[in-house]
Ligand binder design. Structure first.
Ligand SMILES: Nc1ncnc2c1ncn2[C@@H]1O[C@H](COP(=O)(O)OP(=O)(O)OP(=O)(O)O)[C@@H](O)[C@H]1O
Ligand SMILES: [Mg+2]
Length: 243
């Protein structure tokens, strides 16, 4: 099993969008037994993938070990893709993790889930937190979206700094552009400065995900943005080979 956390210090840059579309790519075109683990109490990824109305809030209790985390896993409408849903109880997870005598909660749960899955994608809330540090120490790859903007380099440097403090415990990082618009000079300049980085275009199909409650490839498989996510998934698999 390989685990990938979609993370960024900034909010609203496309973490949830990427987590859902990449999990779908892993499960369908990649044929991997895939789990999307929603660790954000906003539960946006859960909303997009959940096949049936959710149960009562209990994710926090399961994470704290009161209940096996397996029992929360739900099937989705997509082959090979399962969901470990978030709910509002996760608002208090940060306090639980900070109070725990030793870290490693996320790592332990990932280990327990490993026999059932080939790929686990984690959607996380933005910013520095105890959860973020736990994720850094637990996952095989950190996938980081960044919107082409003058300050994106500063945010990337801040994250590199954060990870640098973990030394060898830090995971490899794969950065990608999101909401890229080549018609804009600034975007073109930033994109051309990093030709190796995959760019997900700004696209109406992404916004349609909410109304459809589905990954883009499930309703607009031939769109450029769906193809970009497929390329990004290939890049993730390549990065995992090197990790
Ligand atoms: N490539 C894109 N093209 C157009 N809209 C996009 C694109 N990527 C994301 N969006 C839109 O931008 C908004 C934020 O995206 P998303 O929820 O994925 O970000 P996030 O990083 O998970 O946010 P948060 O930090 O709040 O969890 C959403 O409304 C989403 O539909
Ligand atoms: Mg999100």
């Amino acid at each position: 099993m390989k685990s990938i956390a979609v993370f960024s210090l900034k909010g609203g840059v496309g973490k949830t969008t990427a987590a859902v579309n990449l999990a779908h790519a892993a499960a369908t075109s990649g044929g991997r037994r895939t789990l999307l683990w929603d660790l954000d109490s906003q539960a946006a990824a859960t909303l997009l993938l959940r096949a049936a109305p959710g149960a009562r809030a209990k994710a926090r209790a399961a994470l704290a070990g009161d209940q096996p985390i397996d029992s929360l896993i739900e099937p989705t409408a997509h082959p090979n893709l399962s969901l470990l849903p978030a709910d509002r109880s996760l608002r208090r997870l940060e306090g639980d993790l900070a109070r725990a005598d030793r870290g490693g909660t996320i790592r332990r749960h990932l280990k327990a889930l490993a026999p059932r899955f080939d790929r686990i994608l984690i959607d996380s809330p933005p910013g520095r937190s105890t959860l973020a540090t736990e994720l850094f120490r637990a996952v095989d790859l950190l996938l980081v979206p960044s919107i082409p903007a003058p300050l994106s380099a500063a945010a990337e440097a801040a994250l590199a700094d954060e990870l640098g403090r973990l030394g060898k415990a830090a995971p490899p990082v794969l950065l990608f552009w999101n909401m890229a618009d080549r018609r804009r000079l600034l975007h073109r300049t930033l994109l051309d400065a990093r030709p190796e980085r995959i760019a997900i275009p700004s696209a109406a199909a992404v916004e349609a995900m909410t109304a459809r409650r589905a990954p883009i490839a499930a309703f607009a498989a031939r769109s450029p943005v769906a193809r970009s996510f497929a390329s990004l998934w290939s890049a993730v698999e390549m990065a995992l080979l090197r990790s």
